[in-house]
Design a protein around this ligand. Structure first.
Ligand SMILES: Nc1ncnc2c1ncn2[C@@H]1O[C@H](COP(=O)(O)OP(=O)(O)OP(=O)(O)O)[C@@H](O)[C@H]1O
Ligand SMILES: [Mg+2]
Length: 461
């Protein structure tokens, strides 16, 4: 049985927390002040410590921080969960920096607290597991990683981590450049978890206008605002009992970060226009290709939210740092295309394989996958060679970058728009439908611009 120490000067807190934990089959001890707590920690071994940050009259939290340091010196391996009021959550952040493993705000939500306790205990168990000698085939016996190709040492370490953490409710943050497989890894964590037959809800936080954040995430009641014609479920409610994947979390504006922190911290939310508080049980996975630590340092990302979402961090390496996985991936992609296009003799020359290994791959695995697909579609040969790739790379549309644009001050946006329209008119022999199509406009929108720039005489139809 797991042995938990509760440290709080408030007897009401100690009593109700003890009761809750005992009912959940934990063995519980308690202490009402730092001195008793330390002597208890020196005499016993606990699996987990839950401690308040404020003792006696002082409310600065200094005592809590000192106590945490002392606990960490006597029992460095024991996970510690901090309790603070919502208003002093910054204290919890200080504590996380000193090695606390999680934090809970008072008043707590019982279910949420039990989840945090269970997760903290599981993560220690996991830590102690031996990492030596993991192989891809061992991992595949235990977990379903079918879609994830790779057996480089970096990839094996990542797969064994996600295998282990998928069994817990710990929040996971996935970092990595664009195209490195963040979404694929997020899905794998869900698929291998106990939540796998519940929903996996993906939210692209970069794509939600800031003002719609709450209605998107929490939903609304009919009449909550003018356009709310009927009740609507938010993403958190959809993800209830399952996993919520918050993609591009680095793009979330500050005013919405605090709203997100609140629901994660309290395990509950209210729909817009409703006073009823709904409990929600979700496993959180987030991802970003920003340097999130730098965003925290520059004040663009809340530190408390950072610690909340990031019990486990997974850093995906860029493809150029694990080139040994490139042949595996290429063969895998070609294998899929063989079936798709019924070209059973499709293969790649060994020199082409070598050649692919030395490309920079700034778009990572997505870029590799796209390149293989396009070359297979275009090339009639059964064996793909370097020449096939090169021919294709040269015909790939160049991305407009800042340097290929005219110098600042030489043209306005309208000038550029007008020139582009003229160029397209010339290219398509003044065919309006084709011009509209290549410029990504409707015919009506193109006509409006033609009138605006006095170009209506140029066109036939
Ligand atoms: N290890 C892998 N094995 C096979 N395919 C992979 C692997 N990693 C990524 N892919 C494929 O590469 C593509 C890009 O992956 P994914 O969308 O997960 O990247 P991402 O990191 O989320 O990118 P972005 O930051 O642009 O959103 C997908 O088609 C995915 O299936
Ligand atoms: Mg993605």
């Amino acid at each position: 049985m797991k042995n938990i120490l509760i440290i709080d000067d408030d007897i009401a807190v100690r009593t109700s927390l003890s009761l809750l934990l005992k009912r959940a089959s934990y063995q519980v001890s308690d202490a009402s002040n730092p001195k008793d707590a330390i002597s208890s920690v020196r005499r016993n071994t606990f699996n987990l410590i839950i401690m308040d940050m404020n003792y006696s009259r002082a409310t600065t939290g200094e005592e809590g921080l000192t106590l945490l340091k002392d606990i960490k010196s006597y029992a460095p391996q024991t996970p510690v969960i901090l309790m603070t009021a919502w208003a002093s959550i910054q204290l919890a952040v200080e504590g996380m920096k000193l090695g606390a493993s999680d934090f809970i705000s008072k008043p707590w939500n019982n279910d949420q607290l039990l989840r945090n306790v269970k997760t903290a205990l599981q993560l220690v168990d996991n830590d102690q597991k031996d990492l030596q000698g993991v192989s891809r085939s061992n991992l595949d016996k235990k977990y379903d990683f079918e879609k994830i190709i790779g057996e480089s040492p970096q990839m094996l370490r990542i797969l064994s981590t996600i295998g282990r953490v998928s069994q817990t409710d710990a929040s996971v943050m996935i970092l990595g450049e664009s195209g490195t497989g963040k979404e694929l890894i997020a899905e794998a964590i869900h698929m291998n978890s106990q939540r796998s037959n519940q929903s996996f809800i993906k939210v692209n936080l970069g794509g939600i206008p800031s003002t719609l954040f709450e209605s998107e995430m929490f939903g609304y009641k009919r009449g909550a605002f003018t356009d709310a014609k009927s009740d609507r479920m938010g993403r958190f409610e959809m993800a209830h009992n399952g996993t919520i994947f918050l993609d591009e979390i680095g793009d979330l504006p500050l005013n919405n970060q605090v709203k997100l922190l609140r629901v994660l911290q309290e395990g509950s939310f209210e729909k817009l226009g409703s006073t009823i508080t709904q409990s929600v049980d979700v496993r959180l996975i987030s991802a970003t290709n920003h340097n999130i630590k730098a965003l925290v340092e520059s004040g663009q990302f809340r530190e408390d939210l950072f610690y909340r979402i990031n019990l486990i961090t997974i850093q995906l390496p860029p493809l150029r740092d694990r080139t040994d996985d490139i042949p595996l991936m290429v063969n895998h992609f070609i294998g899929n295309l063989k079936t798709l296009y019924k070209r059973s003799h499709l293969t790649i020359s060994s020199s082409a394989m070598q050649w692919l290994k030395q490309l920079p791959w700034s778009g990572n695995i997505r870029e590799l996958k796209n390149l293989i697909e396009r070359v297979v579609v275009i090339s009639p040969n059964d064996t793909i060679t370097i020449a096939d790739f090169q021919a294709h790379i040269h015909t790939m549309p160049k991305k407009t970058d800042a340097t290929s644009l005219p110098p600042i001050g030489s043209m306005t946006l309208e000038d550029i728009e007008k020139s582009m329209i003229l160029k397209a008119l010339e290219f398509h022999g003044n065919n309006i439908s084709k011009v509209a199509n290549t410029l990504g406009l409707s015919r009506a929108a193109l006509y409006r611009r033609l009138e605006k720039y006095n170009l209506t005489n140029e066109t036939s139809s």
